[in-house]
Every structure is written in C-alpha cells, then in structure tokens.
Design a protein. Structure first.
Ligand SMILES: CCCCCCCC/C=C\CCCCCCCC(=O)OC[C@H](COP(=O)(O)O[C@@H]1[C@H](O)[C@H](OP(=O)(O)O)[C@@H](O)[C@H](O)[C@H]1O)OC(=O)CCCCCCC/C=C\CCCCCCCC
Ligand SMILES: Nc1ccn([C@@H]2O[C@H](COP(=O)(O)O)[C@@H](O)[C@H]2O)c(=O)n1
Ligand SMILES: [Mg+2]
Ligand SMILES: [Mg+2]
Length: 219
C-alpha cells in the first residue's frame, strides 16, 4: 500500500537530493552501500542496548537511501540488473539488522523470550515474504500480488513504534508497550502476506503449467 501511494510523494521530495548527489559524483551503488551500513549501525549498535530512540533516528536517516539510489540510477539513466540485485540483496541485510537488533535486546537486558521469538519470526517471515516474489518471478510468473504487509509497511510500523518506545528512556510512561504491539502486528501481517503470495503463485503456476505442459521450471 505504501509502495503504491507513498512512493510517488517521496520520489518528488527526494529527486532534488538525488540530483545533488549525482552532481557531486556520488554513484547509486555507493548510496545503496552506505545506506545499508548506516541502517545496520543504527540497529546493531543502539537496539541491543535498548536505546530505541537514537537507534531509530540513525536508521531513519539512512533508510531513505533505498529510495534515493533507484531515483539516482533512473535520473542518470544507469539503472542496471546489477543495481537491482544489489538493492534487493542489501534490503534483506538491512531488514535482518533491524529485527535482529530488536531480538538481541529481548534476548539480553530486555529479558523477554516470547518477544525475542516474535522479533525473530518478523525477521524470518519478512525474508520469506520477499523470497516468494523473487522466486516466483525467477520462474517466469508475474506474482501479481503485493499483499497486506510489504517491506515499507514492516519498516514503518516497526520504526515508528521503536522510535516512540524509545521515549520511555526520557521518562514518558508506558509508551514502551508500542514496540511489542508493533512486533505482533508485523508478525501476523507477514503471515497473512505470505499466505496471499503463496496462494497467488499456486494459481499462476497452475495456469502457466496448464497452458504450456512439460515446460515446468526445474531449478
Ligand atoms: C518523537 C518521535 C520519535 C520518532 C522517531 C522517528 C520515527 C521515524 C519512523 C519511521 C520512519 C520509517 C521510514 C521507513 C521508510 C522506508 C523506506 C523504504 O526503505 O522503503 C522501501 C520500500 C521498498 O523498496 P524496494 O522496491 O527497493 O524494495 C523491494 C521490496 O523490499 C520487496 O520486498 P517485499 O515488499 O516484497 O517484502 C522485495 O521483493 C524487492 O526485492 C525489493 O526490491 O520502498 C517503498 O515502499 C516506497 C514507499 C516508502 C514509504 C515510506 C513512508 C515513510 C512514511 C512515514 C514515516 C513517518 C514518520 C513519522 C514518524 C512519527 C513518529 C511520531
Ligand atoms: N544501486 C542501484 C540501486 C537501484 N538501482 C535501480 O533502481 C531500482 C530500485 O529502485 P528503488 O526506487 O526501489 O530504489 C532497481 O531495480 C534498479 O533498477 C540501480 O540501478 N542501482
Ligand atoms: Mg533502492
Ligand atoms: Mg530496496
């Protein structure tokens, strides 16, 4: 949903910044790499220590690089298969750091095995949700569904809740409950999304196999 409705807005807002970086000789690949490193640093330095406010601020500063890199590539006319591969692969790395950082907090001083497990579930299910699309497309199917909770939703729900939960450290009472709520929402939403995508791929694969029997993908 966000990918459909918010992307156009952010493209407009970020285009001048993307043009500025291109003029300074920065490449889209550099933005992809630095953005991922920044998200990883924010998530893995701050979240395991329970510093959710500052972790979210750092992550938010860098996570928008995922919208800037593609914008730069398109403006410069250098969009490439390599760039698409790098972008998607590093998305998986960044997402692992975000949910891994939260899981480390609950495994340590956050001391909550259930929430640790939910965070790990968010990490794993998010990767599988993305994989369904990548694998479906790789065997020639359109995978004409995005589903309830795509990557942008996973990140926005989790980061808004983490940022606000971090205000607990500044004395705002009870606000830390937002993070567990967000994790449960992302976990359930990812499961629903996985179901939506598997059902779609099952249908598309059946139709494709019926239309061209004997041409099934083998790997
Ligand atoms: C006192 C308050 C403290 C609060 C602190 C600050 C809080 C700030 C909180 C949040 C900011 C969150 C920003 C998150 C932005 C996410 C941007 C982003 O990276 O989107 C990526 C997404 C997808 O990009 P790709 O096409 O490159 O990725 C594809 C995707 O990953 C596929 O995976 P799948 O979806 O299938 O699972 C893969 O299959 C594919 O391989 C891969 O290529 O881009 C978009 O979707 C574009 C839309 C972005 C919309 C961003 C909206 C941000 C909105 C609001 C921020 C609100 C902040 C408000 C804070 C208020 C707090 C009080
Ligand atoms: N280093 C990069 C990053 C991205 N691309 C191209 O942009 C597409 C992704 O666009 P986003 O707005 O989602 O970032 C990707 O599929 C590539 O075509 C690139 O070329 N190099
Ligand atoms: Mg990108
Ligand atoms: Mg991306």
């Amino acid at each position: 949903m966000l990918n459909k409705y918010a992307r156009a807005f952010f493209t407009r807002v970020l285009t001048p910044f993307a043009a500025f970086l291109l003029r300074r000789g920065v490449s889209p690949d550099a933005v992809t790499l630095i953005g991922t490193a920044g998200v990883m640093a924010g998530a893995l330095v701050f979240f395991p220590r329970g510093e959710f406010f500052w972790g979210t601020i750092v992550i938010t500063l860098f996570v928008f690089s995922d919208l800037v890199d593609g914008n730069m590539a398109r403006q410069a006319g250098v969009s490439s298969r390599w760039g698409a591969f790098l972008d998607s692969t590093l998305d998986r790395v960044a997402d692992s750091a975000v949910f891994g950082g939260i899981a480390l907090w609950y495994a340590g001083r956050g001391d909550d095995n259930v929430l640790c497990a939910v965070a790990i579930f968010c990490l794993a299910s998010g990767q599988v949700v993305s994989y369904t699309k990548a694998r479906g497309e790789s065997i020639g199917l359109p995978v004409a569904v995005n589903g309830l909770v795509e990557r942008a939703e996973r990140l926005v729900i989790t980061l808004v809740a983490a940022g606000l939960a971090g205000l607990h450290g500044f004395g705002v009472p009870h606000i830390d409950v937002l993070l567990p709520v967000a994790l449960w929402v992302v976990a359930v939403g990812s499961l629903v999304t996985l179901g939506q995508r598997v059902v779609t791929v099952r249908k598309e694969a059946g139709e494709a196999d019926a239309a061209a029997p004997g041409s099934e993908a083998t790997s």
